[in-house]
Design a protein around this ligand. Structure first.
Ligand SMILES: [Zn+2]
Length: 348
């Protein structure tokens, strides 16, 4: 009976679903639909493990393109031992390799490193000791010492080590954060005397602010890392954009809006980094609260992508290089003469 029923009610092949993480096709039964997203079994587990251990994707993967993310999950599939699950160590090793490969690819475009404050480099995984050994100078813009790290000078082993360290740090931070959240929930407010309670309340508030500051600083550092070069490009072409008569008004306006947005965001981000630096070494209660940034985490990627499109448009709209002079010199009513030397000789 069952076989008859199934022949009637079920399609011949099970429904195929595409996993939103690894972008491979699976039978619907090999995963579970969450809202509109279908992760396959392995990706679903991996995604959860990453959230549990790191609180999400590692910082270095947050600017990955969708293709790079799928690549990562497909690599995880290929590393899964037959008949067993993926362990966290293997996942980290894959992360490390993919991040390193990407950074090397990107470094090919960046022979000259950017000048950035130490705290920005730290969020990108360099240790204080390494940063302090690099070229550095004072920057009025950041009101801090800025450093330049030439990414291409690192060997593969060094890159690997740096990323492994960074992943470990993020893992520790995530663990600490989970602990702190549990701790906050545990404070037995009702049972402590009032004075203590106030004090505890203040300390808790200060600690909360400190975490908030860390979040704002991390976002500011990411933004500065992503936008410094782009803003530089925008500012460099300002004169050309505004003097180019042929530039469509719409392109000009989009450019102006982008530049203004980047300037506003970068000013706020630099201020946040400065305040964060100034808080260093102070007791928690004396730390100044960092101002909210005028952009959010997702904007770092979005604005970066927008900039790419807008700047390409602007460059396309620049007037073409002036045509060759020789052609211009020939009067309109006269035929262009191919060889001047010959003409000179034949006219006495
Ligand atoms: Zn998948």
């Amino acid at each position: 009976m069952a076989s008859v029923d199934s022949q009637v009610t079920q399609p011949e092949t099970p429904e195929q679903m595409k996993c939103w993480l690894c972008a491979q096709s699976f039978d619907a039964g090999q995963g579970r639909l969450h809202g509109k997203k279908f992760p396959c079994g392995l990706c679903s587990n991996a995604h959860r493990t990453m959230r549990r251990n790191l609180g999400g994707y590692p910082e270095e993967m947050q600017n990955f393109t969708p293709e790079e993310i799928s690549d990562f999950f497909r690599t995880l599939h290929s590393k899964k031992p037959a008949g067993g699950g993926l362990n966290w160590q293997t996942m980290k090793a894959v992360m490390c390799t993919n991040i390193a490969t990407r950074q090397i690819e990107q470094a090919k475009d960046k022979v000259k490193g950017e000048w950035l404050p130490a705290s920005v480099w730290e969020t990108r995984g360099w240790t204080k000791e390494t940063i302090e050994r690099q070229d550095n100078r004072w920057s009025n813009e950041y009101n801090a010492q800025v450093y330049r790290i030439r990414i291409t000078s690192e060997t593969w082993a060094q890159i690997h080590e740096r990323i492994t360290e960074s992943l470990l740090r993020q893992e520790r931070d995530a663990t600490k954060k989970r602990g702190k959240e549990a701790e906050d929930l545990d404070v037995p407010m009702a049972s402590v005397p009032k004075d203590d309670k106030d004090k505890k309340g203040q300390v808790a508030a200060a600690k909360k602010q400190e975490r908030e500051n860390e979040k704002i600083h991390a976002l500011a550092a990411r933004a500065v890392g992503a936008w410094t070069k782009i803003l530089g490009q925008c500012e460099k072409m300002a004169d050309k954009v505004h003097s180019a008569g042929a530039m469509p008004a719409e392109t000009k306006q989009t450019y102006d809006e982008l530049t203004a947005k980047l300037q506003k965001n970068m000013t706020a981000a630099r201020q946040a980094i400065n305040s964060f630096e100034q808080n260093k070494g102070k007791p928690v209660e004396d730390m100044a609260a960092l101002a909210e940034l005028p952009f959010q985490s997702a904007d770092v990627k979005t604005v970066t992508q927008q900039s790419g499109v807008i700047l390409k448009e602007v460059r396309k709209a620049f007037p073409k290089a002036a045509p060759k002079r020789k052609a211009q010199e020939v009067p309109a009513n006269q035929e262009a003469q191919p060889k001047r030397r010959r003409t000179g000789k034949s006219n006495p």
